[in-house]
Write a protein that binds this ligand. Structure first.
Ligand code: ASP
Length: 318
């Protein structure tokens, strides 16, 4: 099931606000006490990925391991049509994936438009750890993965192939996309982040979204906090959203206020609001969380040692 359908199915209570209504920061529970280890990720169906990340953290491993292992769960799920295996293809019928990872030392790695590799998050980590570079794309990224022991696999499931055939026939524009964006703080109080997505369904071949662009789809600064985004990446890239959220937290904004600031900045850049949305999720060094969306429907997962739950985000627009 698509995340959006999951939300529509009413699994979670709604929480949207009208523009200019009372600021969600006033309503949002902003925890004062720090709870580490902690994991947050975009979209309610990723509870299983958060659970895996927490398992890793409770084994005493670091937040980078938790991010990689957690995101791999979503990447391997054939029923998730916007990440990894089973992701909806581009206009040419090719599944092309974007991912990025960043650790507490300010190190970063990413891959864009990689094909036939099940776990782009692991390739992104390898780019970070084994090369002098930050980003590899297309065939170069795939060759790098194959040289490092990754297997070539067909990621187009029958379900996604059928959806593509139907789209080709009707050529109707249907928004279908999402990203798993995850942030984790380990027992050593070190923060890491990661994102993985197949991007916009039926996009032009070669299109790369915000996710692998460090500072757009994800940014982490261990002395401040981290942020991830989901939604139409073009808007996020134009406003360097995740970096903006982290920089506002550096100035003293709470994660909630920082997400609201970035959404309001982005709001000004949107010319056509139909069929689009953007959401941010952030955490600061103290483990306080913020989430905010342009339109309603955004959910995130919050996992501590005590609970693993989905939460409904507030939004700027109805
Ligand atoms: N941000 C992703 C992209 O533009 C898609 C999404 O998260 O909905 O590729």
């Amino acid at each position: 099931m698509k995340r959006r359908d999951f939300v529509k199915a009413g699994a979670i209570a709604g929480g949207g606000l009208l523009l200019n209504q009372v600021s969600p920061s006033k309503l949002f529970p902003e925890s004062s006490s720090s709870t580490v280890p902690i994991v947050v990720s975009t979209w309610a169906p990723n509870l299983k990925s958060n659970a895996r990340a927490m398992e890793i953290l409770l084994q005493g491993k670091n937040s980078l391991d938790a991010i990689e292992e957690g995101i791999k769960i979503t990447e391997a799920d054939p029923n998730d049509t916007s990440v990894g295996y089973g992701g909806l293809p581009d206009a040419d019928g090719k599944v092309t994936l974007d991912a990025a990872i960043m650790d507490w030392g300010g190190n970063a790695g990413s891959v864009g438009c990689i094909e036939n590799i099940m776990h782009p998050i692991s390739v992104a980590r390898l780019v970070m750890e084994k090369t002098k570079h930050v980003m590899l794309v297309g065939n170069g990224a795939k060759e790098f993965a194959l040289q490092n022991g990754f297997k070539e696999e067909n990621l187009l499931t029958e379900q996604s192939r059928q959806a593509w055939l139907e789209w080709k026939e009707k050529q109707t524009k249907k928004e279908n996309h999402d990203t798993i964006g995850m942030l984790a703080i380990d027992k050593m109080k070190n923060l890491s982040g990661g994102v993985s997505t197949s991007g916009l369904a039926f996009k032009l071949h070669g299109r790369v979204g915000d996710s692998p662009i460090i500072g757009a789809g994800m940014f982490v600064d261990n002395s401040v906090g981290g942020a991830v985004s989901t939604g139409n990446g073009e808007y996020v890239m134009r406003t360097l959203g995740s970096f903006l959220v982290v920089e506002k937290m550096r100035e003293g904004f709470t994660p909630q206020k920082a997400c609201e600031f970035a959404i309001k900045r982005l709001y000004k850049s949107v010319k056509d609001f139909s069929d689009m949305n953007v959401s941010y999720l952030a955490i600061n060094k103290m483990g306080e969380i913020g989430a905010y969306s342009l339109k309603k429907g955004f959910t995130y997962c919050l996992t501590t040692q005590k609970e693993n739950k989905s939460v409904n985000s507030f939004s700027l627009m109805k």
